[in-house]
Design a protein around this ligand. Structure first.
Ligand code: UDP
Length: 161
């Protein structure tokens, strides 16, 4: 049997506005499963201003920074580690463009098109590259054992081949 395509991990956030709406948040979990992502880890968090400023530090000084931190501290939100081959690009494709009005034009069935409200309140986050995913997973799940996960991937492939 040919080896399975290598699985990849990404960090996803379901931001506070959507987390507050249990019905919609459950629908999103349905989208995640229908699109063949495995939820490896999941936690619900409430951020302080300091947490938000640390995670979004690269945006400090931009016109939307204060608004973004205010939004991300407005309520609980879900952080998830998602697994799938090409998880990083597949998750970003599923959530769609940053700005929901643009998503509604260019990616009408994306999650930001369906659930996003405004440029800031866009309901989702997804890591944009392998190194970022690792850094962001460590930020939210410092206890996550990457080495063990990689070992299990290798073992799975050996057993199947
Ligand atoms: N954001 C905003 N206005 C903008 C661009 C971004 O409020 O013009 C917010 C939005 O919530 C976005 C977050 O800042 O998700 C981080 O921006 P980034 O450019 O990293 O977009 P993403 O990778 O989340 O699509």
């Amino acid at each position: 049997m040919p080896p399975r395509p290598l699985a990849q991990l990404t960090l996803a956030l379901i931001k506070p506005d959507l987390t507050a709406n249990r019905l919609k948040a459950n629908r999103v979990l349905g989208h995640i499963q229908q699109n063949d992502f495995t939820i490896v880890e999941r936690k619900t968090l409430l951020w302080s201003k300091t947490d938000a400023e640390a995670f979004y530090g690269e945006h400090r000084g931009k016109f939307f920074f204060e608004r973004l931190c205010g939004y991300m501290t407005s309520g609980h939100f879900h952080a998830l580690i998602l697994e799938k081959p090409n998880a990083i690009s597949d998750w970003r494709a599923l959530i769609g463009p940053t700005h929901p009005p643009r998503a509604r034009i260019h990616a009408s069935d994306s999650l930001r098109s369906l659930y996003g409200m405004t440029d800031t309140r866009n309901s989702f986050h997804g890591s944009d590259a392998v190194e970022t995913a690792k850094k962001e997973i460590r930020f939210f799940f410092p206890e996550f054992d990457f080495e063990r996960w990689e070992q299990e991937q290798r073992k799975g492939n050996t057993l199947e081949s």
